[in-house]
Design a protein around this ligand. Structure first.
Ligand code: NAD
Length: 259
């Protein structure tokens, strides 16, 4: 372990796979990582947007950037995309799981299909991703994963029971995986964003008004995706070499608020 205090935000310089990389928090995380020289693979169900975003990142940051169409509900698609990623990137030593959807139909709206989809996207994919890249990550010192939970894991929301349950599961799963993977030198952490302005939250902000959400946030505003991307980058870097099994809440003061 190097004990000097030189900045190490770009180390290790291994490649990073970002699911949900075509939009919002995933895209901002990919840009943040590329800005310190890390190669990135953007996996998203929106194939053309992933490819376009990767091309823009390669152009502006001069790193290898790959964009792939991947439905993370599909185990075979994950296996195939892992092979394509391994062939295109110099290495893989980081994973960021940002792919996500949100249910809005409350208890009455839950179907067998929507339940299975939500759990497969938010939760099962974390395990499948780690299985797909375990050997790569073992080989590269400093490997790490960040899984996206949510302040909803703590603040139960009656509107989205599947999302809320899945995000609670992300926190528990991260603790289990961090225990298992510590012996391989791989760190695993969760980030819990608060209200971040992305295509996921814009419909609710438009319908209810920003003030509905902002009045209870200590910093009195929505966060920007880049403000999550910076923390993801930190958690994947050697700056965070002693951080594992943690939940990083990045919410401008929302779960703590009594307002
Ligand atoms: N925006 C917020 O306020 C907020 C708060 C807490 C947690 N989060 C979490 O952050 C993550 C990113 O959300 P965002 O706000 O950037 O939303 P977003 O809608 O901008 O991005 C989500 C991305 O996931 C992709 N995706 C959806 N289903 C997929 C699938 N089956 N396979 C592959 N890709 C798929 C979408 O195409 C999209 O590009 C999600 O897990 C979300 O739950 C967001």
């Amino acid at each position: 372990m190097n004990m000097d205090l030189q900045p190490r935000l770009g180390q290790p310089g291994t490649g990073v796979v970002i699911t949900g990389g075509a939009s919002g928090i995933g895209l901002a995380s990919a840009r943040a990582l590329a800005a310190v020289g890390r190669p990135v693979a953007l996996w998203d169900i929106q194939e053309s947007r992933a490819a376009q975003a990767a091309a823009e990142i390669a152009e502006s940051h001069g790193v290898v950037a790959l964009g792939l169409g991947v439905d993370v509900r599909d185990p075979a698609a994950i296996t195939l995309a892992a092979e394509e990623t391994r062939a295109a990137l110099p290495s893989v030593g980081g994973l960021v799981h940002c792919a996500g959807i949100v249910d809005t139909g409350s208890l009455e709206g839950v179907t067998i299909e929507s339940w299975d989809d939500g759990i497969a996207i938010h939760l099962r994919a974390i395990v499948l991703l780690l299985q797909a890249f375990l050997e790569d990550m073992r080989r590269h010192p400093g490997s790490a994963m960040v899984a996206t939970a949510s302040i909803n894991a703590t603040l139960g929301n009656g509107v989205n029971p599947i999302y809320t349950a899945a995000k609670g599961g992300v926190l528990s799963l991260v603790r289990s995986l961090a225990d298992r993977l510590a012996r391989d030198g791989i760190r695993v952490n969760a980030i819990s964003p608060g209200m971040i302005m992305t295509p996921m939250t814009k419909p609710a902000a438009d319908a209810l008004g920003r003030d509905y959400f902002e009045k209870r946030i200590l910093l009195e505003r929505f966060g920007e995706p880049e403000e999550i991307g910076r923390v993801v980058r930190f958690l994947l870097s050697e700056e965070a070499s002693y951080v594992t099994a943690a939940e990083f809440i990045v919410d401008g003061g929302n779960v703590s608020s009594q307002r």
